[in-house]
Design a protein around this ligand. Structure first.
Ligand code: RIB
Length: 305
């Protein structure tokens, strides 16, 4: 199975701060770094490192060579990526002492993904292949529709979640990978109860499979017949940026390679735990060998799990 990941590519301008800047406050950052990121790029790298045959599609500007080279070094195929007249997308990221982040994104070339381009890249894929989408590029809804018409399995990470999603036909989605905030929004509920969020999601999108990540409370997998719970692998938290992307890429690589869901969840959980113990988004994504070597680490069951 080939995986087409049509998603964003960003330069992450990352500032380590003592605390997040408040309204009207000016703060000094402790460090400044630039990393390759974007939910799309991060997820492609995680997919490739986890062993999937992944093609990235999306747009970069004339400043995007570093983004292409970073994908290629990880084993991602980049020949479908288009060059835009816009500058590449970028993100301004504050990371605080607890490793938590606040992110502003500027779309740039990511907003230049056109319906004509989508039609053209889809000709390289067919029934039996998978498309992965996030919500950081233009024409997500069009891509979802056309990919489904072509018989591809559609995986969607509705991140960042915003009102545009209300206009997508989410019945086209086969796999949702989402966090609690996104889950609540799609399920149209305020409940804190993860199982209740899943129940509502399954009621609304009856044929889809759901992976609901809950940060340090673990994650759930739910399909027509099963609900599985996956514990976290405790670690020192340095930078959580890209942890969800690492989880998504590792989980879908497992599914694309025919692994049982519980195994895909275990790899995804461990890979994302390793990623939060390191700085940056894409540079923090571990190789599969490192994940395999750590599988004997003891996961921790969250109190409610
Ligand atoms: O999920 C983390 C990513 O979100 C960052 O790499 C940043 O570019 C934003 O897209």
């Amino acid at each position: 199975m080939k995986v087409l990941n049509l998603g964003s590519l960003n330069i992450d301008k990352t500032y380590i701060v003592e605390h997040f800047a408040e309204e009207g406050e000016t703060i000094q950052s402790e460090t400044y770094d630039e990393f390759c990121g974007g939910k799309g790029l991060n997820q492609s790298i995680a997919l490739a490192k986890a062993g999937a045959d992944v093609f990235h599609a999306g747009c970069v500007g004339s400043d995007g060579t570093v983004l292409l080279e970073t994908l290629q070094r990880a084993g991602v195929k980049t020949e479908l990526i288009c060059k835009s007249r816009e500058p590449s997308g970028h993100a301004i990221i504050q990371v605080n002492r607890d490793g938590q982040n606040k992110i502003i994104i500027f779309g740039g070339a990511n907003s230049d993904v056109s319906s004509e381009y989508i039609d053209q890249i889809l000709t390289h894929f067919a029934h039996g292949d998978m498309i992965l989408l996030q919500n950081e590029i233009s024409n997500v809804s069009y891509a979802m529709q056309k990919a489904k018409d072509r018989g591809l399995t559609v995986a969607f990470n509705p991140s960042p979640i915003n009102s545009s999603i209300e206009h997508y036909d989410l019945q086209k989605v086969d796999y949702f990978i989402l966090n609690e905030v996104e889950g609540r929004k799609l399920a149209d509920t305020h409940t804190e109860d993860a199982l209740e969020i899943l129940r509502k999601l399954r009621q609304k999108y009856t044929k889809a499979v759901f992976v609901l990540t809950l940060g340090d409370k673990g994650s759930y997998y739910a399909d027509e017949s099963d609900i599985l719970y996956q514990e976290i692998f405790p670690t020192e938290v340095i930078d959580t940026t890209g942890a969800g992307d690492t989880f998504t890429g590792y989980f879908l690589a497992g599914i694309a390679n025919g692994r049982p869901p519980q195994e895909a969840m275990r790899y995804a959980s461990l890979a994302s735990s390793i990623s939060v113990s390191r700085p940056g988004a894409s540079p923090s994504i571990p190789d599969c060998e490192e994940v395999r070597n750590r599988l004997t680490d003891k996961p921790r069951k969250a109190a409610h799990g």
